[in-house]
Design a binder for this molecule. Structure first.
Ligand SMILES: [Mg+2]
Length: 366
């Protein structure tokens, strides 16, 4: 089976999350949410769908797919994914160790697994060794609210929806305290700061203030994300567990982060670190090193579904990151059922995506 077309499709979707929309991030807008699909056609008539990390990098990742990866992939045999992706990764070695070209390859890998499942008439979780679908415990990944009032409303709403685990994107102790008060003592609470602080002193100070709120993990407290040695030093001086890894560009980065003893939870991102293949390899290594896996998956399309397939096939119970919001319209339809804090997959072939081309066309940006 040969690849005949690789196409990036960027959609921007309206959404609500129960509070005023977050303001702009460092370079992008939060007024809509993006899905950057990677559509892969074959000469066998099977189409696969992947997703590359987009967000603020979407325009660059779109170019990486159409200008670099598509040109290398079209015409190639895909019956053995184990040959194609490593070959493309090597041929783009000067630009694929992290960033948009790596994101593009990750999206291609996910699409190839979708195709492999469809060709075998089996769900991907089954190809990965899973024996049956099971409800996947999820954590509600809340948008940044910034005020104690707003975070109280949204975090309480997440509990009402059945989530037993909630992650905030807040920086200040008062807002974190408000969330803990709103959800009570029996819900696990994580705090993601997206590399907000730059010094050990700031992080040690914040940890001393928030440890009383029983924080399951503090995520990416330090900028830049690859200061593994400094993060490890800080971790020794705090009682709050650390999580990081969504900004890792490749497997060696993951090895070094784990080797530095900087984290309690490792968070490879399926749409950045090599797709399903990259996440599986990362998970295997984390297991060998006894570091807990908490995949980064605040995605809304094939990347989230792909992460769910990997989690379904894992022996450990892993909680799946699930963005807490309602989309105005959903380009993957009813693919994912979210109920009582759990996500449910089907046993349809491939990733089991219920692609809605009308919605894609309506919200397409490229
Ligand atoms: Mg994060």
């Amino acid at each position: 089976m040969k690849i005949t077309n690789v196409e990036p499709i960027l959609v921007s979707l309206p959404y609500e999350h129960g509070a005023p929309k977050p303001h702009r991030n460092s370079i992008g807008s939060w007024n809509t949410l993006d899905i950057l699909f990677v559509k892969v056609d074959t000469d066998a008539g099977i189409t696969g769908w992947g997703e590359a990390f987009g967000h603020a990098s979407s325009p660059v990742t779109v170019s990486a797919i159409s200008e670099i990866i598509s040109k290398l992939a079209v015409g190639r045999e895909i019956d053995d994914k184990g040959i194609l992706i490593p070959d493309l990764t090597r041929r783009t070695q000067s630009m694929a160790r992290g960033g948009p070209v790596g994101f593009a390859l990750s999206g291609l890998d996910i699409a190839l697994w979708d195709i492999a499942g469809k060709a075998a008439n089996k769900p991907v979780w089954n190809l990965l060794g899973g024996s049956k679908t099971k409800p996947i415990p999820a954590y509600a990944s809340l948008f940044r609210c910034t005020t104690p009032e707003a975070i109280s409303i949204v975090s309480r709403k997440a509990v009402e929806c059945g989530y037993k685990h909630i992650k905030l994107h807040e920086h200040d102790p008062e807002t974190i305290a408000a969330a803990r008060r709103a959800i009570g003592p029996n819900i696990s609470l994580m705090v993601d700061t997206n590399c907000f602080w730059t010094s050990a002193e700031e992080i040690i100070s914040i940890c001393e203030k928030i440890q009383r709120y029983d924080i399951k993990w503090l995520e990416e407290p330090l900028y830049p994300a690859d200061s593994y040695d400094l993060l490890a030093e800080i971790r020794k001086k705090t009682k709050v567990p650390f999580a990081a890894g969504e900004n890792l560009g490749n497997f060696n980065d993951l090895r070094w982060l784990i080797a530095s003893s900087a984290v309690d939870y490792i968070q490879p991102s399926i749409a950045k670190i090599g797709g399903i293949t990259g996440l599986l390899k990362s998970a295997e290594f984390a297991r060998q090193k006894s570091v807990k896996l908490a995949p980064h998956s605040p995605y809304l399309g094939p990347a989230l579904v792909a992460a769910m397939h990997v989690i379904t096939a894992m022996p450990e119970e892993i909680i799946c990151e699930h963005r807490f919001c309602e989309l105005g319209e959903n380009p993957i339809g009813q693919t994912i059922v979210s109920k009582n804090g759990h996500l449910h997959l089907t046993d349809k072939p491939g990733l089991g995506l219920d692609i809605d081309l009308d919605v894609i066309q309506k919200f397409r940006r490229n």
